[in-house]
Design a binder for this molecule. Sequence first.
Ligand SMILES: [Mn+2]
Length: 348
Amino acid sequence: MSANLRNLRSVEYYRMIDKILRFLRETPRRIVLTSHWNPDGDAIGSALGFAHYLHGQGYHVDVVFPNLPSIPLQACLGYSSDFVHVHSLSTEHSEAVIETADVLFSLDYNVSSRVGEKMSLLIENFSGHKIIVDHHEGPDLTYDFVFSMTSKSSTCEMVYELIEKDGGNIDHACADNLLTGLITDTGSFRFPKTSNRTMQIAGKLIEAGGVPHVIHDRLFDSNPKSRLLLWGRALSNLEISKDGFAAIIFLRKADLNEFNYVSGDTEGIVNQGLGVVGVLISVFIREDGPGKVKLSFRSKGNVDVNKYSRSHWSGGGHKNASGGSSDLSVEDTINRFKSTFNETLINA
Ligand SMILES: [Mn+2]
């Protein structure tokens, strides 16, 4: 991207922050914050962090998650507050919350299908004002406000910038949640989108009461033994392509059953593949059932797994981190990956 275009985009970025804040200040409104299906640390952190801030500013705020997050994320500060609802658990109530809101935020997702089949219609048909705050490619441009920047490390970083510009107080719960999103979406500040701004914001959040080692403990040092054994099985399945550029890790349904798999247990396994010297693209393949195979991709540098996943695995995400799915068997999925991943290496 040229320097001029970059500057232009950053002007637009700050202009959008002003527009959203002005809009929120105009009249008191009922706000609902929503996140994507299987909410991760950034989705939970941005929703809860922003909710705590907006509450402090006197807004009426609810949060609706499509389904339950993993257990470590349920331990996020304020997760069990009475303004937090889970659509898959209390559907009617969650729907009433969304339908009676005036403003709906889509946090950490770009299109309504990302909230899952059951909740997506509600988002599509929402009659009030809709605002996206997100860092994935391809935001839905029909929203009233599209605050989208793919170069940002996390949605939490963008929520922080909204809050900073608004100038209000960041309490402990807000800081803790936003820092959670920063830590998880940057892989503890090691992924390429970790910028000086990301680190500045982390510093501000620590000043406001976020404690990195407490968050790290909650997220990463709270495993049951079975999860580590599941990772052991996945890693013992590691295969490196003949050319040395691709890592393949997989788990079959039987492995998941053997180690009492629960949602979230395999989060992060895909990154292990990139730890092998020379590997530029890593795939983790998980068989959830017959013909139900989930793929996660990670890559380095110019290897674009967003484009690759869109064209081969009905998925997408970011250039260096994306997901997809397959209705083939695990073997056929691996073979298809082996015969197609090379196209991502053209510009690498
Ligand atoms: Mn994110």
